[in-house]
Design a protein around this ligand. Structure first.
Ligand SMILES: [Zn+2]
Ligand SMILES: [Zn+2]
Length: 109
């Protein structure tokens, strides 16, 4: 199993960078499109999110309050958390589209 680059955290970091870049592009398309945009999610972004989700661990549901956290991009949530973000002193699980929609740019720790 030498193919795994580094540890899960490094894998996550790589996947996150790819996902963030791809989702940034995607988000611009969402602004012009509608709910269908989610079905047109860039394959690269989808793959990166899957990788990030695998690194993060499965089974976590996104806890984003989409309607208030990012009202412009309400429909982007894919429900599968890949990271946590501190909000008001509590860890909130976020999926990649929600994290991007919220403007998360810093690396999760
Ligand atoms: Zn959301
Ligand atoms: Zn979400």
């Amino acid at each position: 199993m030498e193919e795994q680059p580094g540890n899960p955290a490094e894998q996550f970091a790589m996947a996150w960078q790819i996902a963030a870049a791809a989702l940034d592009q995607w988000r611009k398309q969402v602004a012009a499109a509608t709910a269908e945009a989610r079905d047109n999610l860039e394959p690269a972004a989808r793959a990166a999110m899957e990788a990030a989700r695998a690194a993060f661990g499965s089974g976590r549901a996104c806890q984003c309050l989409c309607a208030t956290a990012h009202p412009q991009d309400k429909g982007v949530c894919d429900g599968g958390a890949i990271m946590t973000r501190r909000v008001d002193g509590a860890d909130v699980y976020l999926c990649a589209p929600c994290a991007v929609a919220q403007g998360v740019s810093e690396m999760p720790r």
